[in-house]
Ligand binder design. Structure first.
Ligand SMILES: Nc1nc2c(ncn2[C@@H]2O[C@H](COP(=O)(O)OP(=O)(O)OP(=O)(O)O)[C@@H](O)[C@H]2O)c(=O)[nH]1
Ligand SMILES: [Mg+2]
Length: 224
C-alpha cells in the first residue's frame, strides 16, 4: 500500500468539506457544517487504473515487480477549516503533506485572491517546497451560474504564476470531475514518490519487516 497525505485548504465556506465528501461518496449537504480545526477522510484508489502507464512502468521496474501487479494507493485527506481562528493548527499540517488542494469559491472573487496567502503560507510553513509536492487549484461552485465572479482567465493567471493545474468543479453536481482532481493529484504524488524511497502505510503491519519500520518511514515527493 502506498500512502499519500494531502491537505485541503482555502477560505471558509468555499466548499472544502463538500469537495471531500463528494470524493468519498458522501451526500452533498446544502447546509454543510463548518469544519472545526481539521477533519479527516481516506480512500484507496486502484493504482492500476488511475496511475499513468509511464509511471506504472517506472514503478514496476523500480520495485522489480511483474507488469500488472496491483498498486494500491491510499490517500489520507486532511480537510481544514478556513476560519482564521484555526489558522495555526491548519499550517501545522503543511509540514507533513505530500499534496495540497487549494480551493476557491467561484462566486466570491476574494477567495481566489486569498489563495495567494494560502500558497505563501504553505511556502513559509512546509518542509518541502511547493514544487516538490502534488498540488492543484480547485475553483468550486461552478453550478451557481448567475453569481460567478471568477473567470477562466483569472484561473489561467494563477495557475501560470504557481505552475499548478486547476479544475473548475461543482461539489454539488460533479462526481466524475472531482474524481479526476484527486486522480491528477495522485499521479503527481506518485511521480514524486518514484523519486524517493518507498513509503508504506504506517497503519498496516508488515510482519516481514523489523519492528523499527516506523523509524524508516520517509516522506516523498517532486512535481511532474
Ligand atoms: N451550490 C453549491 N454550493 C456549494 C458547493 N460546495 C459547497 N457548497 C455550499 O457552500 C457552503 C460551504 O460549504 P463547506 O463545504 O462547508 O465549505 P468549507 O470550505 O468546508 O467551509 P469551512 O469548513 O468553514 O472552512 C455549504 O452550504 C455548502 O452546501 C457547490 O459546488 N455548489
Ligand atoms: Mg469544512
Amino acid at each position: 500500500m502506498i500512502l499519500f497525505k494531502l491537505i485541503v485548504v482555502g477560505d471558509a465556506a468555499v466548499g472544502k468539506s463538500s469537495l471531500m465528501n463528494n470524493y468519498l461518496g458522501n451526500p452533498f449537504m446544502d447546509n454543510e457544517v463548518p469544519t472545526i480545526g481539521v477533519d479527516f477522510g481516506s480512500k484507496i484508489m486502484d493504482g492500476k487504473k488511475v496511475i499513468l502507464e509511464e509511471l506504472k512502468d517506472k514503478y514496476y521496474k523500480k520495485t522489480n515487480s511483474k507488469k500488472n501487479t496491483d498498486i494500491d494507493v491510499k490517500t489520507m485527506i486532511w480537510n481544514t477549516s478556513g476560519q482564521e481562528r484555526f489558522h495555526s493548527i491548519v499550517t501545522s499540517y503543511y509540514r507533513k503533506t505530500d499534496g495540497a488542494i487549494f480551493v476557491c469559491d467561484m462566486t466570491r472573487r476574494e477567495t481566489l485572491e486569498h489563495l495567494n496567502y494560502c500558497i505563501n503560507d504553505y511556502n513559509k510553513s512546509a518542509v518541502k517546497p511547493l514544487s516538490e509536492i502534488g498540488a492543484v487549484i480547485v475553483a468550486n461552485k461552478s453550478d451557481l451560474l448567475d453569481d460567478q465572479e471568477v473567470s477562466k482567465l483569472d484561473l489561467d493567471a494563477l495557475a501560470e504564476q504557481y505552475q499548478i493545474p486547476y479544475f473548475i468543479v461543482s461539489s454539488k453536481m460533479d462526481l466524475d470531475k472531482i474524481t479526476l482532481v484527486f486522480e491528477n493529484l495522485a499521479n503527481q504524488m506518485f511521480a514524486n514518490y518514484l523519486e524517493n524511497p518507498i513509503i508504506e502505510d504506517p497503519d498496516m503491519i508488515n510482519l516481514n519487516k523489523p519492528r523499527n519500520v516506523f523509524n524508516n518511514f520517509k516522506n516523498c515527493c517532486t512535481i511532474i
